[in-house]
Design a protein around this ligand. Sequence first.
Ligand SMILES: [Ca+2]
Ligand SMILES: [Ca+2]
Ligand SMILES: [Ca+2]
Ligand SMILES: [Ca+2]
Length: 226
Amino acid sequence: MKIKGLYIFFYFLTLFFSNSLQSQCSNLEVNSGNAANLITETIYYEPFTAQEGKGAIGNTTDLSGCNWSIDINAANLSNTGDWFKVSNVNGSERMEARDVDGICIWYSPLINILNYKNVSISLNASESGWLESNDIFYSEYSLDGASWTYFSNYGQLNDDFNSRTVTQNGLTGSSLQIRVSMNVDASNEYLRLDDVTVTGQAYKINLCYGDPLNLGGSPTLGLRNL
Ligand SMILES: [Ca+2]
Ligand SMILES: [Ca+2]
Ligand SMILES: [Ca+2]
Ligand SMILES: [Ca+2]
């Protein structure tokens, strides 16, 4: 009778622990295959929503509340009909250049991309009016503070390009900054920037407390002087 009682005790003990372990680890999912846990996340997105009027109009600049900046030192905004500002175009706010007579530059903030691989940038470039070859829309990035580099797809647009999605893929580093240079020289010519987006891939995995995780590499043995 004693032995039978012990069996029943261990049976319920086993039942209790197996149930509690199951509930603890219900979120554990193991995927096999190459890079199965890589997911794409949006790191930075600028749609210029609710920022109408931010930027420069004539000789007045207002960037309050913006995390981006501009440089209009090379431009000539001679009256309030000349601007490099956020405008509402067909219901969507965009950064817009009109009659600026010199290079205007839009700068993104410094974007932290340290924990991501395969970082991609995309932005929407568009124009309106009859543009010429000296009306330009250049998109560049700087990785880890290095020199400015044109996006690989449509990094240098000019003349009547209509609308383009400008892209750069496959970046890896610590920090990223984007700048867009525009120049148009007539009041019926417009260049517009919208939806600046940075995405990257990161490893995501849920682990239960006590589960082993091998991150690769060789373990090293440290000996302390006792
Ligand atoms: Ca927009
Ligand atoms: Ca002007
Ligand atoms: Ca055009
Ligand atoms: Ca022109």
